[in-house]
Ligand binder design. Sequence first.
Ligand code: GLN
Length: 215
Amino acid sequence: APTVGVLALQGGVAEHLAMLQSLGARAVRVRSVSDLLGDHDAPAVDALVLPGGESSTMDRLCRTFGLFEPLQRVIRAGLPTLGTCAGLIMLSTRIADPAPGQQSLGVLDVTVDRNAFGSQVDSAEVSLPWAGTAGHAETDDDTAMTPSGVVRAAFIRAPSVTEVGDGVQVLARYRDTVVAVRQANVLGISFHPELMGETTVHEELLSMVRTGANA
Ligand code: GLN
């Protein structure tokens, strides 16, 4: 079974661990560099989840615990990675409305608006068409959305994606707003499937482990 690390410095960790275990993965908490890296600085996990929470706090704790650069390095080197909500903000290259001093890992070429859904949908549960891997085989139109299914999503003071770089695929929109993207080995979503018992996105992450993240 693949080993999936969940960054466990802050935020909603337990639901991700439970969902990954229910899908047959070995799920472990990542709190330190030694949880993330094994011998020769190679990743000690087969995939990674950055959970929801509060992104500026998560960023600060990552730097305090010396995890910021190691995370950046293993994700850039191709480790399949899923960020949800605050985790998506952590992955992004640009934050439109950062907290003072807030940094992000810069491994997913998108701009995020941290509190886009703050007032509109403070906490909404919706079903969204999901254009997963199966949805855009062999297309060169990165923004093509061919729904391969539907995901049930909970939004909790969720960020939105306001700009998408070349090579970033849009996997879901809520109304007209981009809320799920993939760039090679990196998946980022605004919402919380783990609170809905929705397994599709985590299955997508595990399928990236099986097939190779850049497939
Ligand atoms: N808006 C929050 C942030 O800035 C994210 C909220 C969430 O993860 N549920 O991190």
